[in-house]
Design a protein around this ligand. Structure first.
Ligand SMILES: *Cc1c(COP(=O)(O)O)cnc(C)c1O
Length: 359
């Protein structure tokens, strides 16, 4: 058996949608982008959606729209994908890393609050693996210290706390990269409830213009194409069913896997299982377990093997005295199993059998 960690799906509807756009002659941002923005913002429950070329440019645009820049600090987790931090550097600001909660793997609100300095401008939790961060706590901290609340929601399409979906607390960036819970090929989107931030995001995305060749601010080319948006519209229609399948696979793993610590979802939180991430017990060699499972044809991956603050480029920038014990421990103990909607019953049972035998 060969079970990949992710299996992006493109069906006939996506192909037809792309052909329709190509036939229409609309080769860049047009009506499909506007339609996709409305549909995705409505799905998450946010007022505005501004589509971008990818999740990284969505994060960069969010930083710029809030005027984050030189001499500002942004508090983020180090246990995330690199783009969570590079977007802060892209505007000349300084990433400040806060440790995680070892149970949820998300940034600890207490650790984030302890990292606030007079230079702190924003806090950006990541809804890692598809589990929402503790947004009511982050919201209270931001209100108390007068800080901007952002969300890196690149892994959390449809995730919620109670009835409220992520992307509705702060300016939030999503990614539609092929391995995410839904895709536009490359693509991203920023959601916000703030009219002025939405207006700035639209300008930042398109060279700082509102009126053609009249540049009010410095902007770039972060545009999504209508082809990508047309794919996104079809995929958004499939997302609820795919999310159910991911949750169904995860609950099967939760009740059958015994050898490793399975994910914990706090009461009232809806986890959308972008990744199904487990932790090996203390003293067990994660590398050996992951290698063994890969040899058995199970495409396990480690997200992420090296925390951002320990990446070579951050070490060169002088982050050598940063120590985040829970983050560093997690990077040595976690691995993710295939949980994608295309898993068969047979594959699920095989994964359980091999994981239970692996350590
Ligand atoms: C995927 C991802 C991004 C970047 O998205 P791209 O579309 O690949 O640029 C940012 N943050 C997190 C947490 C991600 O998982």
């Amino acid at each position: 058996m060969q079970i990949p960690i992710a299996k992006p799906f493109i069906g006939e509807e996506e192909k037809q949608a792309v052909m329709q756009v190509l036939t229409s002659g609309q080769l860049t941002t047009g009506p499909k982008v506007a339609e996709f923005e409305k549909a995705f913002a409505a799905y998450q429950g946010a007022k505005h959606g501004v589509a971008t070329s990818n999740g990284t440019t969505a994060l960069m645009a969010a930083m710029m729209a809030h005027g984050i820049g030189l001499n500002d600090e942004v508090i983020i987790p180090s246990f995330s994908f690199f783009a969570t931090a590079s977007c802060v550097l892209s505007v000349g600001a300084r990433p400040v890393f806060a440790d995680i909660d070892p149970v949820t793997f998300n940034m600890s609100p207490e650790a984030a609050e302890a990292a606030i300095t007079p230079r702190t401008k924003a806090i950006m939790p990541v809804h890692l693996y598809g589990l929402p961060a503790e947004m009511s706590k982050f919201e209270a901290i931001c209100q108390k210290h007068n800080l901007i609340l952002l969300e890196d929601a690149a892994q959390a399409h449809g995730a919620s706390i109670g009835q409220r979906r992520v992307g509705t607390w702060g300016t939030a960036s999503f990614s539609f990269y092929p391995t995410k819970n839904m895709t536009t090929t490359e693509g991203g989107m920023v959601l916000t409830n703030d009219d002025e931030i939405a207006r700035k995001l639209r300008m930042i995305r398109a060279q700082g213009m509102n009126t053609q060749y009249y540049h009010e601010i410095v902007g770039y080319n972060f545009r999504m194409t209508d082809m990508a948006a047309a794919i996104g519209l079809v995929q958004l229609g499939r997302l609820p069913e795919w999310t159910n399948a991911r949750q169904h696979n995860a609950s099967y793993f939760n009740s059958h896997i015994e050898s490793v610590t399975t994910p914990t979802t706090p009461a009232d939180y809806t986890h959308v299982y972008h990744q199904y991430t487990v932790r090996v017990p203390d003293g067990v060699d994660r590398e050996a377990v992951a290698k063994r499972l890969n040899e058995k044809g199970i495409g396990v991956r480690v997200y992420y093997p090296l925390p951002i603050h320990q990446q070579p480029v951050f070490q060169q920038m002088g982050y050598t005295d940063v120590h985040l014990p829970e983050t560093e421990k997690a990077t040595a103990q976690v691995f993710s199993l295939p949980v994608h909607p295309a898993l068969t019953e047979e594959e699920r049972a095989y994964i359980v059998q091999e994981v239970n035998a692996a350590c």
